[in-house]
Write a protein that binds this ligand. Structure first.
Ligand code: SF4
Length: 351
């Protein structure tokens, strides 16, 4: 039972207050975060999502951290929108390795009218497999948001990335206001929001605090708050940024947990470079969601096995969705795959 109700969650955080949280002695901060965490969640459960890139590279946006931006030459292999059938097969595999949510990401400024029917089909198909659905497709207009909600999309991911003050140093092709507008459309449509940011882009403590203030002071907290550590990719403008002090990263998770007590805080990009001790500190700070990545979608999945081994050593269990009988799940999976195989709806990039 939650100690804080939605009605008394705070949406009025100030910069001095949040900086004071960050500046506490490390142990005090972790103790406070773990106390808040235990009041709202089973401290030994972690939600597991799988991320699949459904359209890779050649993005017109100029996010300085991103290897998918068409503005930088990172040698990334570009891919067109995946066929619906391929996405559903990947989703079925994700479910088989224990994921409860399937996140589909496309490197777009915004979805085009031509792409929307395929995207909606993906949502419907993944949903039919008994998975929660999440997408990140860039900026949305009201109609697109509504269509996604009606297709059964549970979460929409749209990160704020950093504070409004630092944002212009990282992205110039999309405004902070546009991001907030997309988040407002998502909220109005009844979908859940996944929104967070990135550490290690050269931002100050004020910027880290400023990002969390933006998220927590939204009319409702995002249900999911991914906190990413910059993955430095050669060819991007941030390739040579300084490493973040690992303890500062843990502090960010802890402060996010305290400010948004009922949200899932996701230990997101950069996790694969973290050792087990750091990951366990992240869970202690209140992180309770992780990603299995796209390349991990194989049955012999060493990273997934490694994650499960770490969970076992820490006594952590994956969070479950509300349970359906196994046979019902299996029937749904088979039916969705057959339906899609027979469907004439395949993506034809030439049209
Ligand atoms: S909008 Fe997304 S895919 Fe495109 S450059 Fe920015 S982060 Fe990368």
């Amino acid at each position: 039972m939650s100690a804080t109700t939605a009605a008394n969650l705070r949406h009025d955080w100030t910069l001095p207050e949040v900086k004071a949280l960050f500046e506490q002695p490390f142990n005090d901060l972790l103790f406070a975060a773990q106390t808040v965490h235990r009041a709202h969640f089973d401290a030994n459960r972690v939600q597991v999502s799988t991320l699949l890139s459904i359209k890779t590279g050649a993005c017109p946006e100029d996010c300085k951290y991103c290897p998918q931006s068409g503005h930088y030459n990172t040698g990334l292999e570009k891919e067109k929108l995946l066929e619906v059938q391929k996405v559903l097969e990947a989703a079925a595999e994700a479910k088989a390795i224990g994921s409860t949510r399937f996140c589909m990401g496309a490197a777009w400024k915004h979805p085009s009218a031509k792409d929307m029917p395929y995207v909606l089909k993906m949502v419907e198909g993944v949903k039919a497999l008994g998975l929660e659905t999440c997408m990140t497709l860039g900026k949305l207009d009201k109609e697109q948001t509504q269509a996604l909600a009606e297709a059964g999309l549970d979460y929409y991911n749209h990160n704020l990335d950093t504070s409004p003050e630092f944002y212009g140093n990282i992205i110039t092709t999309r405004t902070y206001g546009e991001r907030l507008e997309t988040l407002a459309y998502v909220r109005d449509s009844g979908m859940k929001i996944c929104s967070g940011g990135i550490l290690g882009m050269g931002e100050s403590l004020d910027d880290r605090a400023g990002l969390l203030i933006q998220l927590a002071n939204l009319p409702e907290h995002p249900e999911s708050v991914p906190i990413n550590m910059l993955v430095k990719v050669k060819g991007t403008p941030l390739a040579d940024e300084q490493d973040v002090d690992p303890f500062d990263f843990i502090r960010m998770l802890a402060v996010a947990r305290i400010m948004m007590p009922q949200s899932h805080v996701r230990l997101s990009a950069g996790r694969e470079a973290m050792n087990e001790q750091m990951q366990s500190l992240a869970f202690l700070a209140g992180a309770n969601s992780i990603f299995y990545g796209e390349k991990l979608l194989t049955t012999a999945n060493p990273q997934a096995n490694k994650d499960m081994e770490l969970f076992a050593r820490l006594g952590i269990k994956p969070e479950e969705r509300e349970e359906h009988a196994d046979e019902v799940h299996q029937a749904a999976i088979e039916q969705a795959l057959v339906e899609q195989r027979d469907s004439k709806l395949f993506y034809n990039a030439a049209v």
